[in-house]
Design a protein. Sequence first.
Length: 632
Amino acid sequence: MLGHFIKVDNKTEISLKKNMSPDYHHVDFTNGQFDFSWSATSLFLKDNDSFLYIDGNITQFIETNIQLDLNNQLSSINALYLFYSENFVRHLDGLFLLVFKPKNSDEIFIVNNRYEANRLYYYLTETEFYFSESLKDLLSNFPIPRQPDFGSIRSFLSNGFIISEKTPVAGVSKMLPADYFIIKNSKIFQKSYWSDEIKFNRKPFDHLQNHISRYEHLYQQGLENYLRAKKSRRVGTLLSGGHDTSFVVIQAEKVLKRLKLPKLEAFTVTFPDWNFNEESYAANIAQKFDAAFTAIPFTAKDLDYAIDLIKANEEPVVGSSLPLHILMKKAGVDVDTMLGGDGGDTLWGEYYPVAEYHRLFFRFPLWFRKSIYTLSKLLRKLTDWERFWELEHVAKLFTEKNYHHDFLRKLCTYRHFDQDFQDKLLKTEILSHPYSNSHTEIKYSNKNFSDTLIESKLFNGFYTYQSFHTGKSARYFGMDLYLPTINKGVIDFINQLPADWINGGNFFQRLTNNKKINRKFHKAALSQYLKKSEIYNRSFDIPWTKILQPRKDFLWQLLDKLKARNWYNNNYLDQLFQEFLKQNLSATELLELKNHGYRIFTLMSLEIWCELFLDGKIFEEKLDTHLEDFLK
């Protein structure tokens, strides 16, 4: 979908009818002031002066007593608008982007759903507003300079994702969850309803079994609503055998049987000859709950798919993005809907050791907190244990007087380039650009710090990260991604549970990230179906050291390209790459802080993106090639 809005007193030579492919439709209003086109595969409804464009699916109308019909969406949304005015946007649930002109109104709404940050890119100035579902299409159809946004680039280097709505292209942003635009009287109003979206009301409950039944009902109901609205024919799922993906398989099996759909297709990425391979755990769950199982090995030769990954995502991405992209390519042959357990970590308080550290030490004076940091550094040097690397990282955050400021970004630097790293890595002129900040950044305080950490991670660190790249890759291969945990009913339910049912244990267990005490309620739900030994708990992490080190020729070529980019200090680049090539994997622990694997992949991802979108290779036809050829 492509569109633009130009103020009345500004002439434009742009017409979206020009060079439009035959399978696209087009409409304009007020003599081209508002003008957009869309694929014939998307839904467009019109009735007199009212219209509705939908990319995706509205699954239900929520928190309203008005009689509405999902099969008559234009009429229903007009009724919502008549009753709630612009607040109608809060009562739509699903995975969608819509453009809506109400009946008898001069307003036009562009509305994003509450769960995704990958539906629409836009370029907004005082006089013009360009928008598209594709960054490539936005840049190729509108007069937007392809200049780097160094604040966003620094954010990506810091975290492996951009924490705000900004992109690495200066002036181009993406709609975040709960964002919407109103176009009225030659003006554009940018708004968000997120501030009222997440509520924590933790309270005791009786009858554990009844509560578990309620949890499962909400989970299944959200999944069933989505599959019905989507009219899914063949459903697949990401499966690691861990807490969240196992729960997806258990609940999806029941829903698919009710809907009389084929049995679930389960996919897992495997890492041959690595101690943390998850294949046996995933295969056990698939067999136990009658899912077809496919294991997809990921090795050093698959690094070449990184070009296709960045082409699909249109932004630099890190984390588990590349293995999942290859998985999506395989799944997309037969599957039209993909499920996943993503988001469970966030809602079940994955950073509970950080919250516990805050609870224990926030009342102490600054000198004392600095002393704890000094002690953690000593423990890390004496033992070289990864847990003490983590402790040092967290303790450092609280050595600042105003540690609440920019807290999530600083917390999420542990695998990438924190400020100390960036001071060495980047040239002074790049460092002069401040990190990009979100227009809806969750503010921290000492009150309810633990819950704030959950909401902040969800909005600023999940929707812009794991959900972003997994959803983009799925759509690239012709599928839609639905995450059953990321559903308003399930989110509200979890946010009402008492804190000791989120993560239990004593302070020492919480502080040391003891996996035996986390997700207490969720484990109780899983224990109805699985033995204790089958309730497996580990984050999905990638052995980038193992994947990257065998590609030495490529690494030296990448180093040369980074130097030619002229953003980095060359001496430190040499040091970083030389250190990386000497580092080893551990047989007993995941080395995410002390090893440079994620950092090298971060630089690689960013350089590929620069070659594609700043240097213009994305507009070339042939991109299916080896990395060594691509970087020539």
